[in-house]
Design a protein around this ligand. Structure first.
Ligand code: GLC
Length: 432
């Protein structure tokens, strides 16, 4: 299977970056790139470095890193660069077309993973030394432009920034919005069964938020004031915190970056405190999203609720509560860990995108998280479930969490096939 994973990554390589999935996602995606680089590092470090270089080359003058970089033209994707019009922002990259939204900031911890995997430590330290300041600038961008009340928690202004694009959590926000109906040609549903993708009405909301951001030329301050979608997402913030920590450790390793280490330490302390104070829901025993636009917590448990463990955010007692919550709601003999959304909730849908299925990138983070807190059995179960799903059903984008369902129907991998981060993280899971 490792051979097959490598084959997929070779096949999805486009001379400088890897597409997440051939037909469905024909460009470079920010957080995909990071997970992909971890897999590449195990068999082709040179290509892992190029993957990250290419992404960082598309950085804007203000430190922003876009969610999609449109390196090539493709008829297979909507909305493309002509819809996004990132060039409306005065400091957008002049060289690359991109979206004007971002994705979870994985690059910091990815550099550290690459360091850990590398056999030539001198070479990788030199590489990291050349690129780490760009990642730092990206974190600086988040703290300066995405935290209007200086809380230590950054906002996302679009569900596509979360990475968990179609989570049922966003339903509460769609209810507050009055979006026009767009007339456009969907491309995703020509590659994937519509029952596994978002609805048309949801796409109206997605496009409407982009139009609002465009009206304000992607100005962060204005988006903060006007976007109907403004959320402090635990997954996004946990990844930022994890990457802060990696940057601290990498800067110390390189040496001579005292000021940056101090600044990262300050962000870190503030973010961890705010995360624990604001995002933990006592009733649910889990971290939840906070709707900054409407000033309310969004009380749902999702795989994002556990990502805090990956970043070392909860104390021991809270970590134990997260274990209980996962076991009670997500566990059991009949399910694969970890469903992307609470299987006990009526909005759970085991087949549709982020509304229930298991995703390998989330599982990879949760495995690391539970392991770091010494919950070895749970960590091992998440790892084994991930490996089993891939080995039984293939390198899909997402999987049905129901074990019984897998028994009656063997076709349980959904979304894009030959999916790059599934292949990349599968390699990392079996190598570690
Ligand atoms: C989907 C996912 C997103 C991912 C992208 C490319 O939109 O929701 O997280 O980055 O596909 O794989």
């Amino acid at each position: 299977m490792k051979g097959k994973a490598i084959e997929i990554l070779n096949d999805n390589w486009r001379d400088g970056f890897t597409v997440p999935s051939k037909n469905l996602y024909p460009y470079q995606w920010k957080w995909d790139s990071g997970f992909i680089a971890i897999g590449l590092a195990h068999f082709n470090m040179d290509r892992a470095k190029r993957e990250i270089n290419t992404l960082l080359n598309a950085q804007w003058e203000n430190g922003f890193l876009p969610h999609i970089v449109f390196h090539t033209k493709s008829e297979n994707y909507f909305p493309g660069p002509e819809f996004h019009r990132a060039d409306l922002h005065p400091r957008a990259s002049k060289k690359y077309k991109s979206t004007g939204m971002t994705q979870p900031p994985v690059t910091g911890f990815v550099l550290q993973e690459m360091y850990n995997i590398a056999t030539d430590k001198k070479d990788i330290v030199e590489y990291i030394g050349k690129h780490i300041d760009k990642v730092y600038a990206n974190h600086e961008y988040f703290y300066n432009h995405r935290d209007p009340f200086n809380e230590g928690l950054v906002y996302i202004y679009h569900n596509w920034e979360s990475g968990t694009d179609n989570s049922p959590i966003w339903d509460d926000i769609w209810e507050t919005m009055v979006s026009p109906s767009y007339n456009f040609e969907r491309k995703d549903t020509s590659h994937v069964d519509p029952s596994q993708r978002p609805s048309l009405r949801e796409y109206d909301h997605y496009l409407h938020i982009i139009d609002i951001a465009k009206k304000h030329k992607y100005d962060d301050g204005k988006i903060g004031e006007h976007s109907p979608f403004l959320v402090q997402d635990p997954l996004f913030n946990a990844i930022l915190i994890k990457s802060n920590q990696s940057l601290i450790e990498l800067y110390k390793l390189i040496g001579g970056y005292e000021e940056k280490v101090v600044q990262l330490g300050k962000w870190q302390e503030k973010s961890i405190t705010a995360f624990n104070e604001k995002l933990f829901d006592e009733g649910l025993g889990a971290y939840v999203h906070y709707d900054l636009r409407n000033n309310r917590p969004l009380k749902f448990v999702s795989s994002s609720s556990f990502s805090a463990l990956f970043a070392g955010i909860p104390d021991k007692d809270r970590a134990k509560r997260l274990v209980n919550t996962m076991t009670q709601r997500f566990g059991g003999k009949n399910t694969y860990l970890c469903a992307s959304f609470d299987p006990t909730h009526e909005r759970h849908d085991p087949k549709r995108y982020w509304r229930g299925p298991v995703w390998i990138n989330l599982n990879w983070m949760l495995y690391r998280g539970f392991k770091a807190y010494n919950f070895d059995d749970l960590a091992e179960q998440i790892k084994q479930d991930s490996i089993e799903l891939v080995e039984k059903y293939g390198f899909y984008e997402y999987f049905d969490p129901r074990r019984n369902e897998h028994l009656v129907n063997t076709d349980k991998g959904y979304g894009g096939s030959n999916f790059s981060w599934t292949a990349a993280l599968y390699i990392d899971l079996i190598e570690n």
